[in-house]
Design a protein. Structure first.
Length: 326
């Protein structure tokens, strides 16, 4: 048995002191927000130990929003002058480190698509690369440039060891960890897919608590979602793991209507308010499905440009109807 079992025991005196410390920290530190006022108005800030899930069908924005959150938190870290000691950690089982950096570096002069096509100005990318070392986003994962390097299989324990290595070797502590995505996390001694994914979710929650950091994880939604009248995933739609809805502290369903047949150029309703959003390539519907300790049901129409990692509130067609509904 590894570790000191006594550290799991909290006496009544411990609990009183630890709770007061926790409450004081919540009152004095802002926590992790989305950076979108209409969303932050209703979503409790993410705190150390929280596990947050983003559930969606393939292509509906999970990875792009994780990258958006990474860049948003990195800007906050830089603004408070802590880029030498704090960082966002993006853990990927799906993309290479180079592909992720393509998202992080995207801007109006060189979108992620421009670089993927090979159309980006290399002189411009070179100038940007010089400044990259000051941006506090770290990646744990495989890289194309390290294809021949022998690395361990990325279980949750290996990820935790890598985070510990960041702190010991570089003096950098994560303020946010992003997992892309939870269904790909390998689990030892589990052969059935449902068991693997369920265990991965539990281990991800343990990682959030052990590393004392909020974790946001991408979650794959099942094909049944495509049959819904409005195909926004619900809590029970996590593929291979119904336990996700019990384990996460917050859960958000994602839907890009432009990718659903029959919704091209439609005007859809949001939270029962008709005609509130025009479907186009930039519309993202995000629904809060769960928020531990508080009402967790609310839907937002957001302006989303994944190639530039832009996410903000969408101006609705009938703002008067929307305000009346609220």
């Amino acid at each position: 048995m590894k570790g000191d079992v006594r550290k799991l025991i909290h006496t009544p005196a411990d609990l009183a002191t630890e709770h007061l410390t926790w409450a004081t920290r919540n009152a004095t530190l802002p926590g992790m927000s989305w950076g979108i006022p209409i969303v932050d108005q209703y979503v409790i800030p993410m705190r150390p130990g929280d596990l947050v899930g983003l559930i969606g069908r393939p292509g509906h924005g999970k990875s792009s929003i994780l990258a958006y959150l990474a860049r948003t938190e990195a800007k906050r870290i830089t603004a408070r002058g802590a880029a030498q000691t704090e960082a966002v950690v993006y853990v990927t089982w799906e993309s290479s480190a180079e592909e992720l950096e393509n998202f992080f570096a995207a801007d109006d002069n060189a979108s992620a698509s421009d670089v993927a096509w090979g159309h980006a100005d290399l002189d411009y990318l070179t100038r940007k690369a010089v400044k990259r070392a000051s941006v506090p986003i770290w990646v744990i994962g495989h890289g194309i440039g390290r294809a021949a390097v022998d690395t361990p299989r990325m279980t949750v324990d290996v990820v935790y060891a890598a985070i510990e290595s960041m702190q010991a070797d570089y003096g950098v502590k994560p303020t946010l960890v992003l997992l892309d995505y939870i269904h790909l996390i390998p689990v030892a001694h589990a052969t059935e897919r449902v068991v693997q994914v369920t265990e991965a979710v539990i281990r991800a929650k343990e990682l959030a608590q052990r590393a004392a950091v909020p974790i946001v994880a991408g979650v794959q939604a099942s094909r049944e979602v495509d049959k819904y009248k409005q195909p926004v995933p619900e809590k029970a739609d996590a593929q291979w793991a119904s336990g996700i809805e019990q384990t996460v502290d917050k859960l958000f369903g994602l839907w890009r209507p432009c990718l659903s047949p029959g919704f091209e150029n439609a005007v859809i309703e949001i939270d029962g308010v008709p005609g509130t959003a025009q479907v186009n390539q930039r519309l993202l519907v995000m629904r809060m499905l769960k928020q531990r300790g508080e009402d967790g049901r609310r839907t937002w129409a957001l302006h989303f440009e994944p190639q530039y990692l832009k996410l903000c509130e969408l101006e609705r067609l009938h703002a008067d109807l929307w305000e009346a509904a609220l």
